[in-house]
Each structure stands twice: as structure tokens, then as C-alpha cells.
Design a protein around this ligand. Structure first.
Ligand code: PLP
Length: 758
């Protein structure tokens, strides 16, 4: 059985779902073509269908050691979970004591289907018990003391056999003793979805009341599941109707699903004639995959212990890389894994790893690699190779100092790089000719990445400079400066004591050289007393970029309600900066809350009335001050606990961007040949994979980190038709909107990205 659905894809996301085993697919097909009868029909076609259904049920009983209990077929585990909870709560409701308070217990690392269903039925049935999450320790084990304490007042307890994110299993026998010691009548559901085929289950030997399972997690199709119900457990049908399944679950049965499940059961029951490998082989696979990961990413951290988890799940984090970055990298290498956290610019962690008390970075960088028991050695070999080539690509783009890869194929870096951590930005300017670099607002979280980039590109930093003393984070400046420039005398923001004097707009200013460019410091107090703006000027005297700290943010002005803020000063600083750089120079702020990369005075004027009036109108300083106070009062409600450095003044409305699909893009290209394809994936993703055939040959790779430089260099061909492409179409949409706002009037993107164009 192949894990891959095409020659090149390596599918390592079995905990999300599995491909259908060919033998199971064949059985499902035959159930559709030949054994298609309705098991309730009394003719021969119906009887044959019924026979297959009962055979499958018997196999399930045998497999689960569940001879006394009932097995019913469901659409999947979520339905099984509803059925269990509804059954338990309907029964519990009948004998509630109005003077007592009750609880519903569930493991803190349970699949969301469990607490959400508990809350739903608790409310719908008017039980109003308190939902309590059972804590887990650092290894993911449920807190037995907590259960011992809480069991007496509980109506139901829901635990899981194997966790879907970490593979951590619970000691069901110990839980059984514990629960029954403290409450013999407590209804107990165990979510067994991720245990099937990976852990032996002898359900009849336990006092588990309900155990839901899902077919699609073990090579059967989606839409078929089953559940075990203890003989003595109460039952309320979740679906009523024609009385199928002995009245326990109505609706005409999913025979093709059962036929497929039957094949899976047979293989689990008969190891001699099975596509599934024994646990010893799976353990060996885990060793090989873990070693490959460690070779590829020497600083890797595994987020769970291998001693209490099934061998088929590896959850890890690579310091310095978000889940999204590793996901994108692996996807480009055609390895499908899953991220433990949401893929958005506002990073959120994994609640499972958070519950285990893991550090936030581990939770936010979590990657889950999972495989099924039908994985072959050849597939493991291929996966290990691909992991190494993905890591090499990362080395070549100077994101990791991979000793094996040697970073010898790296592309020399020249120009501006925008690195982000959450919504904060660090700006690096590298001059390839002189091998000099300038680092502005270095974030401590990006220290390692900056370090790697400097070493890999053999750049000599000339300064690490902050645009102001940051209130929301400590600067990474001091640590980096101590390492690279221990002798350099600077002021407390990192501006070098040894500098030249020059003038701009006939004012004398301090300057330092970066290759042929000049960096000029201009005091722009307001957001804080110490705020400065840094202007990067070419030999012709054109300001290429203005690093303006938090004075102007995309869609907003920096807040002026800190102790060291002064709105009056900001008023003058805004006018001063505009006088020096004009409407079109790109502003590079130290925050990007809305994924807009960069801006300019001109672009801000259209949506920031206060700024427009201040620069172009007749805004008196007193009114500016008043309006600034008004704006800043909204700040703290805006984004929870994060310190936001500027209130949003403009509308969040995003432009409607022209969209192509792969076919219409190819057609348009054939017709006009003028389309310019901009692949905005990171260089390592680009290096690993070029799609779209002929079109791709015409693409240029401008990663998001280099987009601001691209915008700066293409001020004169903004009317051309640029089509942005990425993996899924989400990055290209964000970038297209940002570019549209900055005057790229003919911008388009590939909807669905490369993912949908193959
Ligand atoms: N429980 C666990 C542990 C799971 O991993 C899943 C699926 O992600 C479910 C429940 C829900 O299963 P189904 O997709 O069959 O409804």
C-alpha cells in the first residue's frame, strides 16, 4: 500500500486522515456495484448486504475485545461522541438532585469535538453542570489526583486513548481503577479514534461505557465510523427514523463504508495477510524519521516523550521557525505534515501543548508528522531523503546554517530584507559589494535568524540600531552588538559615535555609510522622546527608504500616550519627515499589524485623514493633539493584551483583487505574453518546486521578505500586469492587496495558488 497519492507526494498526516487502502477501496467499489442492497430488504440482494454488515460488526467486536457490548455504525467519531454524551446526559438528567451541583469532566488535551459537544448538550438539555478540564502533566498524562477529587460530583468523564497531536496514550487500566474507586456510576467515554490499529484495546475488560471510532483515520473512507456501547450503559438514539441498527441509529446503512472497514478489520485481525506492519516495525520507522529530522534540523526539539506515545506520531519544533514556515517548506518538498497551530500572521499555539505546559515558542512552532501502520520502508526512506533536501534548501537560502548543505548554493543578498515576528518588523539592509549590513530594530526572537543570515552571507554589520526605546519588547540590539561590534561606541539606541556629518534639506545631520549608500539620522520625537527616523539615501541623493519606527504605521499614527510621548512633537516630526522625503518614498515602520509591508505618505493620505490634514491641510497643532488623544483612547480595547503602538485611523477595507485560476492564467499568458509572474514564496520553497510549466519559467521569485525592495525598484512599472503566486493563494492575496494600495493598479493573483493548479 502506498502512502502517496501521486509519485511525488509523501503523505505524513495520517492523524488528520488516511488515504483509502486499495483493498478497502476495492471492497467499497464492489459493495456499490454488486452488494448494493439495502440491508433491511428481505430479498436476496438485501440479505447479502446484511450479511456483510453483520460480518463487519463481528469483526469489530473481535478486534475490540467487546463481546458483551454493542457495536453500532455511525458516520464517524464526531457522531459517536454526540451519541455517547447525549445517552449519558439524558440518563443523568432523570435523577439530578436540584440541591447539588454537578460537573462534566474531560481531558484538557481532548479533541475539540468532546468539550464542544459536552457544552452543547449540557446547555440544550438544561443540565447546567460545570465543565471542568482535567489537567495534564508535562508528559500529557491526565492528573489522577484531580480525577480522584472531582469524580464524586461528576455526571460524565471523557478521556482519550491516544492524543491526535502528540500520540501520547493514557493508562486506561489505571484510569479504570481510579474512576471506579471514586464513582462506580460515573459514565465514562473514551475517544479511541487514534488508538485503532496502534494500541490493543480490550474494551470488555474495562468499565468504559462508550468508545467512538472513525474509519477515515485508518484507511477506510470518510463517512463511516462505529462505536462501542457497554451492555449496561444507557442509550438514547442520536438519529431516530426507520429503526435501522435495532433502532439505535436510524438511516439506511453505509454499506460501501462498512465493506471497506471490514477489510481493514480483517487485516488488523490477521497479521499474516495484512498491509499493516507490527508495532516493532513502526517503532523502527519512528527512530529513522526522528534521526532524519535531527540530522536535518540539529536544534530540533520533540514536543512529547517517545516513551508514552504511539510510534506513528512525531510532534516537534525547530527553534527560530514558526509552524507555518516549516509547513510551507515541507509542502514545497512535497511532504505533507500538519501544523500544531493556526496558520495566520497572528500566531496562536496548540492548546494541547499549552495544556502540557510547554514553552510558548514550542507550541507556536509545533509540527505534527504522522503516519499509518501501512507505511512501507521505501516510503520511510523517501521521507528521510526529502526531509534532508528540505533542510538543504533552507541552508541555501541562509535561514539555517546547515553544515551538511554548507549553504554553498546560496544566492548573494543585496538590498532590503523585512523580517517579522508576529506584527513586529526588523529591517536588514545588505550591500553585496562591500559585504556590509545594517540592522534596524532587531527583535530578540529573530536574533538567531539575523545571526545565521549574517554568517551565511558573510556580511559585516556596521550597526544595530533601534528607532526608539521599545515599550512592548526588549531589543535584540545589545546581544547582537556585543557579539559583532564589541568595540563600537554608540549612543543607547545603537547609533555609532563615529559618524560623518552631511546635510539634507539644508539641515546638518549625522550619517554613516553602508556601501555606496548613506544612512542619515533625523530626530523625530513624538511617539517617544527618543524616536528617530533613519533615511537610506543613494549617491544621487534620493531617499530609498525611511525607517520611521512607530511614528507612522500602516493605517495609523504611533500612539502618543506613553509617559515619554508628546503629540505636539509628533506634529512637527511628521511635517519634518514629509519635508525630507515627500509623498512617494517608502516608509518602513517597526510594526505591521495588518500585513501591509510598507507605505508612503501618499498612500496614507487617502485613508488617514489626520495625517493628510496635518501635512496638506490646515490642521492646527492644538486640534492635532486633541484628535490624537481621542484616537489613543481606543488603543487598549483593540487587541487584548498586546501593546499596540498605534491606533488604526483608516478603513480596514481591502481592495478587490483580480483573480486567475490556473487555466485562465495560462490562457491570458498565451494571448498577451505581457503578464509578469511573481512567485512570492520563500527562496527555499521556490528552489524545491516550480509548477505551472512554461509559465513558471517566466516567473521571478520575490519572497515576502523582499517585497518592499521590489516595490521600491518598480515604481515606474506599476501599471504592468503582475500576477502574484504562492502555495495556497493566501500570501499572494495579502501581498497583492498591499501592492494595490501602493499604486500597482493592474495587480492580480492566482486563486488557490499552486496547490490547485496541478
Ligand atoms: N477524536 C479524535 C482524537 C480525532 O483525531 C478526531 C479527528 O480528527 C475526531 C475525534 C473526530 O473524528 P471524525 O472526523 O470521524 O468525526
Amino acid at each position: 500500500m502506498s502512502q502517496t497519492t501521486s509519485l511525488s507526494q509523501i503523505y505524513l498526516d495520517a492523524n488528520a486522515t488516511t488515504p483509502v487502502l486499495p483493498q478497502a477501496a476495492k471492497a467499497a467499489m464492489s459493495a456499490m456495484e454488486e452488494l448494493f442492497g439495502n440491508p433491511s430488504s428481505s430479498h436476496i440482494t438485501g440479505l447479502k448486504a446484511k450479511n456483510l454488515m453483520e460480518q463487519t460488526r463481528n469483526h469489530a467486536k473481535q478486534l475490540l475485545g467487546a463481546n458483551q457490548g454493542k457495536i453500532i455504525f455511525t458516520s464517524g467519531a464526531t457522531e459517536g461522541i454526540q451519541t455517547a454524551i447525549l445517552s449519558a446526559l439524558v440518563n443523568a438528567k432523570a435523577s439530578l438532585n436540584p440541591n447539588k451541583t454537578y460537573t462534566l469532566l474531560y481531558g484538557a488535551t481532548e479533541h475539540k469535538a468532546v468539550p464542544n459537544s459536552l457544552a452543547h448538550w449540557n446547555q440544550l438539555l438544561g443540565i447546567n453542570a460545570e465543565l471542568k478540564a482535567i489537567p495534564v502533566d508535562g508528559s500529557g498524562n491526565l492528573d489522577h489526583d484531580f480525577i480522584a477529587q472531582e469524580a464524586a460530583n461528576a455526571l460524565m468523564i471523557c478521556t482519550m486513548a491516544v492524543n491526535n497531536e502528540t500520540g501520547v496514550y493514557q493508562d486506561l487500566a489505571a484510569l479504570d481503577r481510579l474512576i471506579r474507586q471514586h464513582n462506580p456510576d460515573l459514565f465514562w467515554m473514551v475517544d479511541c479514534v487514534q488508538a485503532l490499529g496502534k494500541r490493543a484495546l480490550n474494551l470488555a475488560e474495562t468499565s468504559i461505557d462508550y468508545a467512538p471510532f472513525s474509519g477515515h483515520k485508518l484507511y477506510a473512507p470518510k463517512g463511516i465510523g462505529f462505536m462501542y456501547i457497554r451492555e449496561s450503559a444507557p442509550f438514547t438514539p442520536f438519529i431516530a427514523g426507520g429503526g435501522q441498527e435495532g433502532g439505535l441509529r436510524s438511516g439506511t446503512e453505509n454499506l460501501p463504508g462498512m465493506a471497506a472497514l471490514n477489510v481493514v478489520f480483517e487485516m488488523l485481525l490477521n497479521q499474516d495477510d495484512s498491509a499493516f506492519f507490527p508495532v516493532s516495525t513502526l517503532l523502527d520507522y519512528r527512530v529513522q524519521l526522528a534521526q532524519a529530522l535531527q540530522r536535518a534540523f540539529p536544534t530540533i526539539v520533540f514536543n512529547h516523550s517517545f516513551s508514552n506515545s504511539v510510534p506513528t506520531t512525531l510532534n516537534f519544533a525547530v527553534p527560530g521557525f514558526s509552524s507555518k514556515e516549516i509547513m510551507d517548506l515541507f509542502d514545497a518538498a512535497n511532504i505533507r505534515v500538519s501544523s500544531g497551530s493556526a496558520c495566520s500572521s497572528k500566531v496562536t499555539g496548540s492548546f494541547v501543548l499549552d495544556a502540557m505546559g510547554l514553552p510558548t515558542w514550542q507550541s507556536e512552532s509545533a509540527i505534527r508528522l504522522s503516519f499509518g501502520p501501512a507505511m512501507t520502508q521505501a516510503e520511510v526512506d523517501q521521507a528521510c531523503e526529502r526531509i534532508q533536501s528540505a533542510a538543504n534548501a533552507l541552508g541555501n537560502s541562509c535561514l539555517s546554517l546547515n553544515v551538511d548543505a554548507g549553504a554553498q548554493n546560496k544566492t548573494p543578498l543585496n538590498g532590503l530584507v523585512q523580517l517579522k515576528s508576529g506584527s513586529s518588523c526588523t529591517w536588514i539592509y545588505a550591500d553585496h559589494k562591500s559585504q556590509q549590513a545594517l540592522i534596524i530594530d532587531p527583535l530578540p526572537e529573530l536574533e538567531q535568524r539575523i545571526d545565521t543570515l549574517l554568517q551565511c552571507q558573510q556580511l559585516t554589520p556596521i550597526a544595530f540600531i533601534d528607532t526608539h526605546g521599545h515599550a512592548d519588547h526588549v531589543s535584540g540590539r545589545v546581544a547582537l552588538a556585543e557579539r559583532y561590534l564589541p568595540q563600537q561606541a554608540t549612543d543607547y539606541l545603537g547609533w555609532p559615535a563615529v559618524h560623518a556629518l552631511t546635510d539634507i534639506g539644508s539641515r546638518p545631520v549625522q550619517a554613516v555609510k553602508v556601501g555606496e549608500l548613506t544612512l542619515i539620522k533625523v530626530a523625530t520625537p513624538g511617539h517617544t522622546k527618543d524616536s528617530i527616523s533613519l533615511l537610506l539615501v543613494n549617491p544621487q541623493g534620493t531617499v530609498l527608504y525611511a525607517f520611521c519606527g512607530d511614528m507612522i504605521l500602516m493605517g495609523s499614527l504611533g500612539r502618543t500616550n506613553f509617559d515619554s510621548s508628546c503629540a505636539k512633537q509628533m506634529f512637527h516630526s511628521l511635517k519634518l519627515l514629509h519635508g525630507l522625503i515627500g509623498d512617494h518614498t517608502l516608509l518602513c515602520p517597526s510594526h505591521d499589524y495588518n500585513n501591509e509591508f510598507t507605505t508612503s505618505f501618499g498612500a496614507e493620505f487617502t485613508r488617514n485623514a489626520l495625517l493628510n490634514e496635518t501635512i496638506n491641510g490646515v490642521m492646527p497643532i492644538g486640534l492635532f493633539e486633541q484628535q490624537k488623544v481621542q484616537l489613543d483612547t481606543h488603543l487598549n480595547d483593540e487587541m487584548g493584551t498586546e501593546i499596540i503602538c498605534g491606533a488604526y485611523t483608516g478603513s480596514c477595507d481591502k481592495a478587490v483583487i483580480k483573480e486567475y485560476d490556473a487555466i485562465s492564467l495560462k490562457q491570458q499568458f498565451q494571448q498577451t505574453q505581457t503578464i509578469k509572474l511573481l512567485d512570492i514564496r520563500e527562496p527555499h520553497e521556490y528552489a524545491l518546486q516550480h509548477e505551472l510549466g512554461e509559465l513558471s519559467e517566466h516567473s521571478i521569485n520575490i519572497p515576502m521578505t523582499r517585497l518592499v525592495q521590489f516595490i521600491q525598484q518598480h515604481q515606474h512599472d506599476k501599471q504592468d500586469e503582475w500576477v502574484l503566486v504562492c502555495r495556497s493563494g493566501s500570501r499572494s492575496m495579502v501581498a497583492a492587496q498591499a501592492m494595490h494600495r501602493l499604486g500597482f493598479s493592474n495587480i492580480a493573483h492566482l486563486k488557490g495558488g499552486y496547490a490547485l493548479s496541478r
